[in-house]
Design a protein around this ligand. Structure first.
Ligand code: PLP
Length: 384
């Protein structure tokens, strides 16, 4: 094998010295406070067998998609799924991508043009950052969940706007590392008044928020004020893939210009059947699971108070509850101790989060028992 170039080997060495070297581990059998499988759908045997039933009913005996959706890969399950999504999420249309990463890369590299400006929350997901980096528009971040900072950044940088330049504002409805939510009503009012385009990534809201778990934008009745939403199927749906929700014109545009949509093999019929089955289950009896999840979040937050841990946690009403433990070594040590007791809680380290903001991220699920929720916090209070 050829050796890694020296410059890359040095980067690895540095990671090891900083104790932030990432490895793939297959730890299993731990009580799950790590996965994004908020409603337990990935393990649901009923969904597993219903997926096969759907493939049989549709007379589909095909393993791979065989090509891009623009060539041979646009099998009929895509045409079944997209209208279901548009209807449930109260959008004009939906376009399925292979993953949330692909959806964000595709959208941000294709939609904002030279002469446009993109203003994004400083804690925005890496896939959005990468998409913006590939775009010809100029990107500026504003302070986390801070509309005043957004206004200030726009004011300072309007000279960068081209003639007919558009302004895009990007945020998440539940932040993936903090679990908190911006003031979306105020943000939408501001962007609407100024004819800016608001994009909201709802990856972590779908499943846990909204009347039937259909996200925060429909819950706040802001659908008409948002230009595009990103939803993903790898989290509460327990599957894989993503969709962009928006107008039919936006869908047409993305089909024609989003490279991560065009130049890739489509998802397999089995993946689409899994998403459709999860979606239907979710529409019909999702409420019960969503309620269980919401109750567990409330229980966890009450236990935080009881254990006197509140000051360590970032304020969040979502399934993501983060406990700040400064320092890579310290955050890792607490995660290891919890693992020894059978709890799978991941330490999130810099550079994924800013230095000094290292944390344990607790992902709450509908299937966590009250005992598990209580005990993990009891142990945490002992270890920190
Ligand atoms: C906010 C947000 N957007 C997009 C993604 C990417 O989604 P996917 O895992 O489907 O690529 C993630 C994944 O962690 C996320 O947290």
């Amino acid at each position: 094998m050829q050796k890694l170039p020296n410059s890359l080997a040095k980067k690895i060495e540095k990671r090891k010295l900083d104790k932030s070297f990432r490895i793939l581990d297959t730890a299993s059998g731990l009580i799950d406070f790590t996965s994004n499988d908020y409603l337990g759908f990935s393990q649901n045997e009923n969904l597993f067998s219903k997926t096969f039933q759907l493939l049989l009913t549709e007379n589909i005996a095909q393993n791979g998609a065989t090509g891009s959706r623009l060539l041979s890969g646009n099998h009929k399950l895509y045409e079944n799924l997209e209208p279901l999504l548009a209807n449930f999420y109260k959008a004009d249309d939906a376009l399925v991508f292979n993953s949330g990463y692909d959806a964000n890369m595709g959208f941000f590299s294709a939609v904002p043009q030279r002469g446009d400006c993109i203003f994004y929350d400083e804690f925005i997901h890496a896939s959005i950052r990468e998409g913006i980096r590939m775009s010809n528009a100029k990107g500026y971040h504003f302070s986390h969940n801070n509309i005043e900072s957004l206004k200030e950044k726009i004011e300072t940088n309007t000279s960068q706007l081209g003639e007919d330049g558009n302004i895009y504002v990007v945020t998440e409805s539940v932040f993936s590392m903090d679990g908190d939510t911006p003031d979306l009503k105020a943000l939408a009012a501001f962007t609407k008044t100024n004819s800016y385009h608001l994009i909201v990534d709802e990856a972590h809201a779908v499943g846990a928020h909204g009347t039937n778990g259909n996200g925060i934008i429909p819950q706040l009745k802001l659908e008409k004020k948002v230009f595009a939403r990103i939803i993903t199927f790898g989290k509460a749906y327990g599957c894989h893939g993503a969709a962009i929700l928006g107008s039919s014109e936006l869908k047409d545009y993305l089909v024609n210009f989003a490279k991560s949509f065009i130049y890739t093999t489509a998802l397999t019929p089995h993946t689409l059947a899994t998403i459709i089955t999860a979606h239907k289950f979710y529409e019909q009896s999702g409420k019960e699971e969503v309620t269980r999840l919401k109750n567990n979040i409330v229980y966890f937050k009450n236990e935080l108070k009881t254990q006197g841990l509140q000051e360590h946690f970032i304020l969040s009403d979502a399934a993501i509850q983060s406990c700040i433990i400064k320092g890579i070594g310290k955050a890792k040590a607490v995660a290891d101790k919890l693992m020894d007791k059978g709890f799978g809680v991941k330490a999130i380290l810099s550079p994924t989060v800013p230095e000094g903001q290292e944390r344990l991220r607790f992902c709450i699920h509908s299937y966590n028992s009250k005992e598990e929720l209580g005990l993990v916090l009891k142990l945490l209070s002992k270890y920190i």
